[in-house]
Design a protein around this ligand. Structure first.
Ligand code: ATP
Length: 321
């Protein structure tokens, strides 16, 4: 059995109810509203992605959940409790927040032993979690010489150390190589299958697409979506037809009159919804407009994410001041 496989039974006996509840949570830093009236629930048995563009308030929310920052208003609880009130916290909630936030002069083994001792965790767990994350061979090297990917693995080992029912990971895939990404995805799925609550932040839809089965999407500190990945995918499956014509303006007028929505790019490409390719070709032919290109496109999850969060992107190339 896996070294971290005892949670489901423990939760099943009712001693731990690993539900995360965020209730009207707000955090202001001076004039910046990092998190605004945010409410959602994260349940056990799923990998839940916490997704949003840079500056959306994900890390701030996780920090409030862990009791590291005080909310301006609202609450963030695990199993109905404020994390600051948890004894031996690593046995209740494991977290990777900032992989760089470790003493570079220590070895990974010493770092984990220190965490284990301060949370009354059997020191034998240190070797177990080092094996689990693939760091056994580097366990006695100083962390200062670790790559970002190795630090992420060490951070994950620290989160697993107390065999907790609730696990929080802030951007855990940053810096991991493809093998590391696959390993982490498999690990998260297994942890969720064991009945744990696994909550994982990312600013990249592509990372969450194959990692999470539920999504909480935020933008500018506000909730934008709370649904399964399949439901989110349905947002992006709306088809559009891309068209180029010798008379783009004429075609826009014809298609709009026929009930289509048309978005014209500066290079003349038209993106048409509400009419299919055959209807567009027929309308163009009737007006003697020549088409150079006609292609049906299905939106990706990435597009759905961009559309949903587009107006809440705080830092965008070319946005200017
Ligand atoms: N200690 C702080 N003091 C002032 N502003 C802060 C502080 N921490 C965060 N912020 C601001 O709050 C907002 C949310 O930041 P946060 O780090 O929570 O976003 P994020 O979604 O985690 O972003 P990223 O994906 O870039 O990590 C940003 O505008 C950020 O500049």
């Amino acid at each position: 059995m896996s070294s971290v496989g005892r949670c489901a039974g423990r939760a099943g006996r009712g001693t731990v109810d690993p539900v995360i509840e965020i209730n009207h949570l707000t955090k202001r830093y001076g004039r910046v509203a990092a998190v605004s009236d945010l409410s959602f629930t994260v349940r056990a048995g799923h990998v839940t992605g916490f997704l949003g563009p840079n500056g959306a308030g994900k890390s701030t929310t996780l920090r409030m959940l862990l009791g590291l920052h005080a909310p301006t208003s609202g609450t963030a609880t695990v199993a109905g409790r404020d994390c600051r009130s948890l004894r031996r916290a690593l046995r209740q909630v494991g977290a990777l927040l900032d992989a760089g936030d470790v003493h570079g002069g220590r070895t990974a083994r010493d770092h984990l032993r220190f965490l284990a001792r301060s949370n009354a965790i059997a020191v034998g767990r240190v070797t177990e979690v080092l094996n689990e994350v693939g760091l056994a061979g580097a366990a006695d090297r100083r962390i200062g010489g670790y790559s970002l990917g190795m630090r992420q693995r060490l951070g994950i080992a620290g989160a697993l150390l107390g065999d907790p029912p609730v696990l929080l990971f802030d951007e855990p895939l940053n810096g991991l190589d493809p093998e590391g990404v696959l390993f982490v995805r498999g690990l998260f799925r297994r942890l969720a299958a064991e009945g744990r609550t696994v909550f994982v932040s990312s600013h990249l839809m592509g990372e969450m697409e194959h990692t999470a089965d539920r999504l909480i999407v935020v933008g500018r500190g506000r909730l934008l979506a709370d649904e399964t990945v399949a439901q989110f995918a349905a947002r992006g499956s709306r088809q559009c037809v891309e068209v180029r014509a010798d008379d783009p303006s004429g075609l826009v007028a014809v298609l709009t009159a026929a009930g289509a929505q048309v978005v014209q790019s500066p290079d003349g490409l038209l993106r048409v919804t509400a009419l299919d390719a055959v209807e567009i070709a027929r309308a163009a032919a009737e007006r003697g407009i020549l088409l150079h290109e006609l292609a049906t496109r299905t939106g990706s999850l990435e597009q759905a994410f961009m559309e949903l969060t587009g107006s809440s992107i705080e830092y965008a190339a070319g946005a200017g001041a």
